[in-house]
Design a protein around this ligand. Structure first.
Ligand SMILES: Nc1nc2c(ncn2[C@@H]2O[C@H](COP(=O)(O)OP(=O)(O)OP(=O)(O)O)[C@@H](O)[C@H]2O)c(=O)[nH]1
Length: 449
C-alpha cells in the first residue's frame, strides 16, 4: 500500500491497486471516512488485501487519501482517507461516490466524534441528497455483549437526535448503522450489505439463487466473492449469522488450499493422462454432452432451465454421468485436510473441467479464456455437517462459478447423496446465468475513449 509519510495535507489521492487497475471501466466509488485510529485502513486491508486482523496493529497512520481497486461483480474503487480530511480537502466531488462509510469507534461516545459524524451527514445531505450513508460502529469486539448493544444504541440515538435538532429536514435522512469488527464475521456481513445496494443486477442474481435453491432443495445459498469473502447475493430466505459464518469459514479453508488446485488444473497434460479414481466420474468413453445455449438475456426467466430433484420421475434418472459438467476426463481428487471449524468430513473434492468453458464460451466477469486456449477449471467441494447417521444432516457445498465468484449452498445430505449429479447439473445452468450477468455488467461499464 502506498502512503506518503511526509505530507500531512491531502492533495491528489494516490493509488494502490489490489485488483487490476484499469482506466477503461467505470468504477463504483466508496469513501471511507472517520476519526483517526477508528479503523478505516484496517477495514480496507482486512477485506480487500487479505491482511490478518492482528497485523493491523502495525498499520501506519494514513496521511493521504488513497484509492484502492477491487474487482468483483462490479469494479470498486475504495478511498481510504486520513482522519482529519474534510469534504473541502477531499479533492473530489462527493457526487462521484456511490456510498460513504463513516467509521466510528464504539467507545467514542464523546462529543467530538459524534459531532463530526453529524456535521458530515448534514453537509453530505445538502450536497448529494441521494448519497448512500452507512455508519460502521466499529471495534465491537472490545466490549461485552451488553455494553456493545448499549453503546451502539447510544451512538445511534445521539446522531439521530442531533440531526433532528439541526433541522426537521435532516430527521428523515436514511442512515444505516451496523456493528462491525475485524475480529469476527460482522465486518464481512456489514460490507456485503453495503455492496448489495451498489449491484444493479442484484435482483437477477437473487432470482438465480432462488431457483437454484428450489430445484436443488437447498436450504440456503450464497454467491461469494472468493477473495474478499463478501457475499454478493443470497437467496430470499433470511441470513442466519451462524450459517453465514460457517460458509465464510469454509470458503477461507478452501482459499487456503487454492494453490493446490491451481497447480493441478494448470497442467492440461496431467488432465489427459491421470486416470480417474472418483466414483462420480463418467466412463472414459462417455460422450461429452454440451449444455444448451446460454440464456438469450439476463432478464429471461431461468426457471425452465433448471432440473429439479423433486420433479416428475422422468427427471430422476438424470445422474452425474449425464451431467455436461463431468463429461471430460476427470482429475484425481486432491488430498483435503480436515477443516478446523467443521466437525464433519469432506465428502468430496474434485477439480473438474467445464465443457462449456473448454469450448471458450461463457467466461463471465470479463474474463476471457486464458491465452493459448486453455480451459478454465471450476473446483467443487462438499463437507457433511452432521456425519453421524447416513443421509441425515446437511451438506455444505462449494462450486466455483466464475474465477472470482463461488456458490456455497446448504443441501440436506440425503438429497445431496441421492441426487448429486442433478445438483451439479443445476450448477451448470446457474453458472451460465451468473456469467452472463457478469458479462452484461462488464460491458455496461466499459468506458470508450
Ligand atoms: N479491537 C479492534 N481493533 C481494531 C479494529 N479495527 C482496527 N483496529 C485497530 O485500530 C487501530 C487503528 O486502525 P487503523 O486502521 O490504522 O485506523 P485508521 O482509521 O485508518 O487510522 P488513521 O490512518 O489514523 O486515520 C489499529 O491498531 C487496529 O489494529 C477492530 O475491529 N477491533
Amino acid at each position: 500500500m502506498s502512503r506518503d509519510t511526509t505530507s500531512r495535507q491531502p492533495t491528489q489521492p494516490s493509488s494502490a491497486a489490489n485488483g487490476a487497475k484499469s482506466d477503461d471501466v467505470a468504477r463504483t466509488k466508496i469513501l471511507l471516512l472517520g476519526m483517526r485510529r477508528s479503523g478505516k485502513t484496517s477495514i480496507q486491508q482486512v477485506l480487500f488485501n487479505n491482511l490478518s486482523p492482528r497485523e493491523t496493529l502495525y498499520l501506519e497512520t494514513t496521511t493521504q487519501s488513497t484509492k484502492h481497486y477491487f474487482d468483483t461483480v462490479i469494479p470498486l474503487e475504495i478511498w481510504d482517507c486520513p482522519g482529519d480530511v474534510t469534504l473541502e480537502t477531499l479533492d473530489a466531488p462527493l457526487a462521484q461516490f456511490s456510498t460513504v462509510i463513516f467509521v466510528i469507534d464504539i467507545q467514542d461516545l464523546y462529543q467530538q466524534p459524534i459531532q463530526k459524524l453529524v456535521d458530515f451527514v448534514i453537509t453530505a445531505y445538502n450536497e448529494c441528497p441521494n448519497l448512500n450513508l452507512e455508519v460502521f460502529v466499529h471495534k465491537a469486539d472490545v466490549l461485552t455483549e451488553e455494553y456493545k448493544i448499549e453503546n451502539f444504541r447510544h451512538i445511534q440515538a445521539r446522531v439521530l437526535s442531533d440531526l433532528s435538532y439541526a433541522g426537521a429536514e435532516y430527521e428523515t435522512i436514511p442512515i444505516n448503522f451496523q456493528l462491525t469488527s475485524i475480529y469476527d464475521h460482522s465486518l464481512h456481513d456489514a460490507f456485503s450489505r453495503v455492496l448489495h445496494k451498489l449491484i444493479d443486477s442484484l435482483p437477477y442474481l437473487e432470482d438465480l439463487l432462488n431457483v437454484f435453491c428450489t430445484n436443488s432443495q437447498a436450504n440456503k445459498a450464497f454467491l461469494f466473492d472468493t477473495a474478499s469473502r463478501l457475499y454478493v447475493a443470497t437467496d430470499a430466505s433470511p441470513v442466519d449469522p451462524p450459517v453465514h459464518n460457517l460458509c465464510s469459514d469454509y470458503l477461507q479453508t478452501l482459499n487456503a488450499f487454492g494453490p493446490l488446485y491451481k497447480s493441478v488444473s494448470a497442467s492440461p497434460l496431467r488432465m489427459r493422462t491421470v486416470p480417474s479414481d472418483h466414483s462420480d466420474s463418467p466412463p472414459p468413453s462417455a460422450p461429452a454432452s454440451p449444455p444448451p445455449n446460454p440464456p438469450a438475456a439476463v432478464t429471461s426467466n431461468p426457471n425452465s432451465r433448471f432440473a429439479s430433484p423433486l420433479a416428475s420421475p422422468s427427471t430422476a434418472p438424470l445422474s452425474a454421468h449425464q451431467s455436461p459438467q463431468v463429461a471430460q476426463q476427470p482429475l484425481p481428487t486432491p488430498p483435503m485436510p480436515h477443516p478446523p471449524h467443521f466437525s464433519s468430513s469432506i465428502t468430496s473434492s474434485t477439480v473438474r473441467p467445464s465443457n462449456h468453458d473448454a469450448q471458450g464460451n461463457g467466461n463471465g466477469n470479463g474474463h476471457a479464456p486464458p491465452s493459448g486456449g486453455k480451459p478454465l477449471f471450476y473446483p467443487c467441494a462438499a463437507a457433511s455437517l452432521a456425519p453421524t447417521a447416513a443421509g441425515a444432516g446437511t451438506t455444505l457445498t462449494y462450486h466455483l462459478i466464475t474465477p472470482k465468484l463461488a456458490l456455497l449452498a446448504l443441501i440436506p445430505t440425503g438429497v445431496f447423496q441421492a441426487r448429486r449429479g442433478l445438483v451439479e447439473y443445476n450448477v451448470v445452468f446457474f453458472r451460465e446465468g451468473v456469467q452472463e450477468i457478469c458479462e452484461v455488467e462488464s460491458d455496461a461499464r466499459k468506458v470508450t475513449a
